[in-house]
Design a binder for this molecule. Structure first.
Ligand SMILES: *Cc1c(COP(=O)(O)O)cnc(C)c1O
Length: 468
């Protein structure tokens, strides 16, 4: 299978090149040229498989030009072997026809591990086959950095530098990054905000000599290989609940539209999905787009669910591509307009098509807190401030009570302990395998918000590493 850019102006690529390229050269995002379709019998044949077996079958059509099936099956089994739950992504009943899928049993306690653990292994496989190495540089406001670090640690073909804003990530998040003891992992605490970290990363990428000499690469959420592994858990949930002989709806707490796009992809593969509900916090660009038919950026405000504090949902472009009938030139023009004015009008037909499948629900911080406390009192469950937004969205935007609704739990409550204690009066415990997180030794470099200094540090580290 080949991949094409949403803006129609970049070469069509095979999976391995899409993996290493990330963003397309025309500024677009890569999507499969056609969706692989599963028949009802194909879906039925997934019943009873283990999670890694099912995930391998779902992903295989996307990767088979690059990785042989047996190698891929081992890779996927290995990716999920370290998860803290034998089912990898267990499904729990929350109420009448309401289910919770826990996506937070990976090494950093957030759903990003499910994709990153596969992505790191795919990178290593493709680079080793080509005899190449890359330097991954990334900026993080918390969750992405630790998931990337856990995915890249000890991989021979990868050096990994992660910049985080000094003093502006939670202690759990910082420790999950800085206590990883692997020679190829380098954490930088930058004096500044998340945007300064992102600017420093962009500055490194924009210096072509620096970029080429170190073979810079990224593992950000626009990479197709970040979406692909997420399709599998929607399939796993639906098949458990009776698909293809029964429809299912999903509710997803969303910022960048990556996770919920994977649910859309599952539907494009033929999974019977009735409705997709987007849950947002006060940074509600997606909810407003659904309500008004206009996508309009706002100012980012900090909330209790920081991993959704985003005002440009990059992955939404992949859905727009389909809403624009896959006309890359038309979408490129629309995105250029959006860049200039911060506004993109969908038009009546596209807006209607969007609302046929998607619904949206918004919670502010007070509502988020209230809901965490209420679910705890009612069921004894502690939900993190992101997951609870998905649960509330599922409850408030159910279409048909006969269709089971699955809310995606994206983080473990112990990842955001302060918000959970304040809301529920109970401090969530870290899982046993991480109970010593606060005792582990931290290792990171403190740098000023100065691009030249960051580059000099990266140069020095890489020179030492290649001499070793
Ligand atoms: C990244 C993240 C999200 C948002 O996911 P997107 O796919 O980027 O929309 C939600 N919850 C948690 C805990 C996250 O880490």
């Amino acid at each position: 299978m080949d991949y094409i850019s949403t803006r129609g102006g970049a070469p069509r690529l095979a999976f391995d090149d899409v993996l290493l390229a990330g963003l397309a050269r025309d500024g677009g995002l890569y999507v499969p040229e056609t969706w692989p379709r599963f028949t009802p019998d194909d879906w039925r044949s997934l019943r009873g498989l283990s999670y890694p077996e099912l995930a391998t079958r779902v992903m295989l059509p996307y990767v088979e030009s690059t990785v042989p099936e047996a190698v891929f099956a081992d890779m996927v089994a290995d990716a999920y072997a370290g998860f803290g739950h034998p089912e990898v992504a267990p499904l729990r009943r929350l109420g009448d026809g309401l289910w919770l899928m826990e996506l937070f049993h990976g090494p950093t306690l957030a759903f990003k591990d499910i994709a990153m653990q596969v992505l790191g292994r795919l990178f290593d496989h493709v680079l080793t086959a080509r005899g190449e190495r890359v330097t991954i540089v990334g900026a993080t406001s918390g969750d992405t950095g630790s998931a990337a670090i856990e995915a890249c640690r000890d991989r021979d073909a990868i050096e990994c530098f992660i910049l985080f804003p000094r003093g502006r990530v939670s202690e759990v998040q910082r420790r999950q990054m800085t206590t990883v003891d692997a020679p190829n992992i380098h954490c930088i605490a930058l004096g500044g905000h998340f945007d300064d970290c992102q600017d420093a990363v962009k500055g490194m990428f924009n210096d072509m000599a620096f970029r080429d000499s170190h073979r810079l690469s990224a593992v950000n959420s626009i990479n197709w290989a970040r979406i692909m592994p997420q399709i599998a858990y929607y399939v796993a949930a639906a098949v458990r609940l009776g698909a293809p002989d029964r429809e299912v709806s999903f509710a997803v707490p969303t910022g960048n539209f990556g996770n919920v796009f994977a649910a859309y992809a599952a539907r494009c593969m033929g999974l019977p999905v009735r409705r997709l509900v987007i849950g947002s916090n006060a940074n509600d660009i997606l909810t407003r787009t659904l309500e008004r038919g206009v996508m309009e950026t706002g100012v980012v405000v900090p909330t209790l669910s920081p991993s959704m504090d985003i005002q440009v949902s990059s992955n939404f472009e992949r859905l727009l591509f389909d809403l624009f009938d896959r006309d890359g030139a038309a979408l490129a023009a629309a995105m250029a307009g959006f860049r200039e004015t911060g506004r993109l009008e969908l038009g009546a037909a596209r807006w209607r098509a969007l609302r046929d499948l998607f619904a949206a629900h918004r919670l502010n911080d007070a509502e988020t807190s209230e809901a965490i406390g209420r679910w705890h009192r009612a069921t004894g469950d502690l939900l993190d401030p992101h997951s609870v937004i998905g649960v509330e969205a599922a409850v408030h935007r159910r279409s048909d009570r006969a269709v089971p609704a699955v809310a995606m739990a994206t983080a473990h409550p112990a990842k955001f302990p302060d918000a959970v204690v304040a809301a529920a009066g109970v401090r969530p415990e870290l899982p046993e395998r991480m109970a010593d997180l606060y005792a582990r030794e931290e290792r990171y470099k403190v740098l000023d918000n100065d691009l030249a200094g960051v580059k000099a540090y990266v140069n020095d580290v890489l020179a030492l590493r290649s001499a070793a």
